[in-house]
Design a protein around this ligand. Sequence first.
Ligand SMILES: Cc1ncc(CN)c(N)n1
Length: 252
Amino acid sequence: MSFAQSLRQDADPIFEAIYLHPFVQGIAKGQLPPESLIHYVSQDTEYLNTYSKVYGMALSKAQTPDQMRLFYNRIGILLEGELIPHLNLCRVAGVTHDEVMQHPVELAPTAHHYARHMLCVAQQGTLGEIVAVVLPCQWVYVDTARRIIEEFQPTTEHPFYDWISFYASDEMHQGLMELTALLDHLAPGARELDLAMMRSAFLDSSRLEYQFFDMAFTLQKWTPSGPGAYPLGEKPDSDSFDSLSVRVNTCV
Ligand SMILES: Cc1ncc(CN)c(N)n1
């Protein structure tokens, strides 16, 4: 079994729990509360910004032009392509994407944790660790979307057809294959300790993928809400808005 497959096997109970999570089942069955969809899109936009930067950090540690090209292409897909599933969720929620983007976002605890987890590994880890930390993001969505297609056979009438078909696409699957191939290329040259760090990064990201769906489903926010914190969707109306925006932007 390849190193990447052994990580996937270890994470199988987590992937199974993700598939059965009410948010994912809601996507599969075409029924989710609008507030959860909006919460997801606004948090995920921030998450994907951080994720793109992590690919940029991987690019800086790449060892060959082919590896550089892989990370460069992934950044392009993240910044442009992932708008498709977000537009789909907004449409079902009955809001425009612009309306959701209008509101500055404070990262909820899980998105905050996930972003910092990736940034920390990207800053301190080897290239292999960075690939391991980003891999569940790709793997969870491709597996989930393909399993939904297998079980529910959604047609174009399905409310989340665009979301499902985007993540189940050959292009996304190809990206997953490229990342697992790179991890399997790097693993044989890694020390035992580095392999353990890769495994830990992969499992933590897998758990955080579960938590991320849960965050959206439960509309997670910081408690107690403190100075500067505000409920998603409510625009601060005081002079504190500027300093808040600065703090929010430094989150990504
Ligand atoms: C949290 C999260 N993980 C994964 C994906 C799919 N790239 C996403 N959009 N958001």
